[in-house]
Design a protein around this ligand. Structure first.
Ligand code: ZN
Length: 119
């Protein structure tokens, strides 16, 4: 997990990814945002769900549960619905901004990379 918030590109549109097995889930999956605090809240809610899952396991004296199994997803879903998802921007618009930004970044970077490779 990386929660470093760089000074540059602070408000650049980006895609925040979740684990592949539930990245496409509409509630607990990945998302688009231009606010790095959303990425931070994503990590916080994810890790708190693990803590809740751990307490749940001990309270119910369960022997073993999957790290990202049903119990984790249940707690994570509740946390995301309250603390993160209501604050996310419109996903269709932000995805369009992300794709435009990515295309622009490549069009600027590729000539620089080609020039650098000739040195
Ligand atoms: Zn996890």
């Amino acid at each position: 997990m990386n929660v470093a918030i760089p000074d540059e590109n602070y408000d650049a549109p980006r895609r925040v990814y979740e684990y592949a097995s539930f990245d496409s889930d509409p509630v607990i999956g990945g998302f688009f945002t231009n606010n790095l605090e959303h990425k931070l809240l994503h990590h916080i809610t994810h890790e708190i769900a693990h803590a809740a899952q751990c307490n749940h396991k001990y309270f119910h004296q369960m022997s073993r549960i999957k790290p990202h199994g049903d119990e984790f997803k249940m707690f994570y879903r509740e946390l995301r619905e309250v603390f993160l998802n209501p604050f996310l921007p419109n996903q269709e618009l932000m995805e369009a901004k992300f794709r435009k930004h990515k295309k622009l970044a490549y069009s600027i970077e590729i000539p620089n990379m080609v020039a650098a490779s000739r040195i």
